[in-house]
Design a protein around this ligand. Sequence first.
Ligand SMILES: [Zn+2]
Length: 215
Amino acid sequence: MEIMSKNRKTIEELQQLYLEQEDNQDIPMTYTCKAQIEMLDVRDFGWKYESCRVCKTKLDEDHMCKKCGVIDEFPTQRYRIVITVKEGDAYMRIGMFDKTVEKIVQMPISAMIKISTQQYGDEKVHERFENCIGNSFVFKVQVNKRGFTQELTAIKVFTLDEEKEDNQTQSTDLTQTLVQMATNKRSATEIEASTSISTHQGLKKIKQEKLKGKE
Ligand SMILES: [Zn+2]
């Protein structure tokens, strides 16, 4: 699970790459970056779109997918938001879709759509998104080829707790010690518990052991 720390960059480093990408038409690369959500504006940019079931492309008003050339009568609703994240004094915009959005709002899109249909639904939805502001995540982002017109895209998001766990598994010595300690503690508790609920049998066993000790 070293995905989280793979190609770790600061926002400033990413911005540099972003500019370099403009000149050379390299294959998009992925990086990870730890940052805090500074802005999340769903009022102006929206939060979902109707997508083609086959290729996920945004459908036009007639539910037509220009890529597949077919009309999708039952389009899939997908999350799509644009966020601004910060790290120190540096800021950047990231486009986010589907699962990555689900992770930061902690809600599948079906539930969010349900909320939006309630009374004051739009306000409630905005509130849900605004609650994410100030939270930090590790973003795995992809630098787009056409970097100048498009934001970076988040292809995966990790919580800081997940990062912590990841770091722990990497420092094996410390982890092993911690696990050992936890196991010892647990078995001690288990013994305690089994002793307290033990009735006849347990007592008998203790007696037997005592006798053994005497022998
Ligand atoms: Zn399509």
